[in-house]
Write a protein that binds this ligand. Structure first.
Ligand code: ADP
Length: 495
């Protein structure tokens, strides 16, 4: 199950989405937490600053008040009756510590607490009730302007400022409980702990359905492909969308099926044609043997006649089997040409010599003017067969007393050989097919064995294959009522 592409894609999708979601959630959480504590710190600082400014004002007021108390005129003018018990030369001064304590106790900031310590660490004013916090504030090192301090039930964020009043340093601490902040962050964590798994589940499900939908054509293609066998090679895969990747895959697969079908058809035709061609000579051999065996008293001439027929048909059978063997090995890639340096002019001369007797029988003249030396890298045996097949045809399909001409010349990198005859030519409708296997232009005539025309239609197919494996070409250059001309081009060197 996990090996299926569907499961693997879904897991990948889920994994990547999990990374993205968790990373985003973590980033959001950190950002919120940082913003919250920055806002708290800013508020603490602002409040601390304003208290410090107030205390400085208090200090100024105090100085002014003292000056007034020391000035008898102003005292009489300002407070004539009220302060009767006090002696005029003993004015009562309010200390700065008292002023601070008064100012601090008057402060009304919800959720904020304040303490002021003097230079000896003595608590002058406090609106903080938490004993643990108070205790910790007294012990806090002087250097830190912000700190987290544990109270009885909660942790406090503390901002500390040192300022000088009347030449004495004081330390103000503004505190605020972090409970609200912690609660908010813990709610955020709770939301994430529920929403992330839900989001992942939804992602997984949607990913699975998406992948399933996208791979559905592949599944149907593979099901369809599994049904295609040798008996229904004509069937094709459905192509839903022409231009997407799966459409291209289906097209490529269908093209492969077409190629397979045509080569399968070719093989079937080849087998059928081959067995058909083998059946005729075998039937003749068997028939002839049966006739010879049936009759008890037969003359020596009659036996010779029968044996001669059996001999001819056996030769024909051997030729067919040999040709089939060449083509079968060529198709399977087993027949590898053995390239070696030889002379083309010598190969042509040998082939002309080999068909001389056949030509003589039909009173056919072979015109071949040995050309200059033509060195070539080729498979000698295969080239022999190529030219023998062409010469054999040029004689077989020639008129009695006709001519066969062979000319060879060298071009820049190639040798061009032409084999011409003075036969009846090939009908236009046959020209395109004479290189096909088992194709005979005039079947009735080709089967007619009386003048040696007993081809099976493999000669030109083999010749064309030999030219092909030599990186050359073989084509029918001309064919009309005057005769036919075949043109062979072979590269001189193999690169
Ligand atoms: P085959 O064994 O029948 O000769 P080939 O493959 O050599 O088979 O030739 C295929 C067919 O092409 C022949 O049956 C014949 O009808 C035609 N053909 C080939 N060469 C010639 C030629 N020189 N002149 C006329 N017809 C030819």
């Amino acid at each position: 199950m996990l090996n299926s592409i569907r499961a693997q894609l879904t897991l990948w999708y889920m994994g990547i989405m999990a990374l993205v979601i968790i990373a985003s959630a973590a980033a959001i959480y950190l950002l919120v937490a940082r913003n919250l504590s920055r806002t708290v710190d800013e508020n603490l600082t602002e409040i601390g600053q304003s208290i410090e400014a107030n205390l400085h004002n208090e200090e100024a007021d105090l100085v002014a008040e003292r000056l007034m108390l020391l000035d008898p005129n102003s005292k009489e003018r300002d407070e004539p009756e009220e302060d009767e018990q006090k002696k005029p030369n003993e004015p009562e001064f309010q200390t700065i510590e008292d002023a601070i304590s008064e100012e601090i106790s008057d402060l009304r900031f919800r959720a904020y607490g304040f303490t002021v310590l003097d230079q000896n660490g003595k608590l002058i004013a406090a609106t903080v009730a938490d004993i643990k916090l108070l205790d910790a504030l007294e012990k806090l090192p002087e250097t830190s302007s912000f700190a987290d301090v544990a109270g009885v039930d909660t942790v406090f964020r503390v901002h500390r400022r040192t300022f000088i009043l009347e030449g004495k340093p004081f330390r103000l601490s503004v505190t605020r409980s972090t409970a609200e902040q912690t609660d908010f962050l813990s709610s955020l964590r709770k939301v994430f702990s529920i929403s992330i798994p839900v989001a992942l589940l939804l992602t997984g499900l949607s990913g699975y359905f998406l992948v399933r939908r996208s791979l559905a054509p592949v599944v149907s293609m593979s099901e369809q492909a599994a049904k295609i066998g040798s008996s229904n090679l004509n069937e094709r895969l459905p192509v839903k969308k022409e231009n997407d990747e799966l459409g291209e895959l289906a097209h490529a697969f269908n093209a492969l099926l077409s190629r397979l079908e045509s080569s399968f058809e070719q093989q079937k035709r080849f087998m059928a044609d081959a067995s058909h061609e083998l059946r005729t000579p075998l039937a003749i051999v068997r028939g002839e043997a049966e006739v010879a065996l049936l009759k008890e008293d037969r003359t020596a001439d009659e036996y010779r006649e029968s044996l001669s027929i059996v001999h001819d048909e056996s030769r024909r059978l051997s030729k067919i089997v040999e040709d089939l063997f060449i083509l079968a090995r060529a198709d399977s890639g087993q027949l590898k040409p053995q390239f070696e340096p030889v002379y083309l002019d010598e190969i042509l001369a040998e082939c002309v010599r080999a068909v001389a007797t056949l030509a003589e029988k039909r009173d056919i003249t072979i015109e071949f003017l040995p050309a200059a030396e033509m060195p070539i890298i080729c498979d000698e045996m295969l080239l022999h067969r190529l030219f023998l097949n062409l010469l054999d045809n040029a004689i077989k399909y020639n008129r009695e007393g006709g001519t066969v001409s062979i000319a060879a010349e060298s071009a820049e990198n190639n040798y061009a050989v032409t084999v011409s005859d003075t036969g009846l030519g090939i009908a236009s409708e046959d020209k395109a097919r004479i290189f096909d296997r088992f194709y005979r232009a005039d079947k009735a005539r080709s089967r007619d064995n009386t003048n040696g025309k007993h081809g099976v239609g493999l000669g030109l197919a083999i010749a064309a294959w030999i030219a092909y494996v030599h990186s050359g070409t073989l084509r029918l250059a001309r064919s009309d009522s005057e005769g036919s001309q075949f043109f062979i081009e072979l590269p001189i060197n193999r690169s």
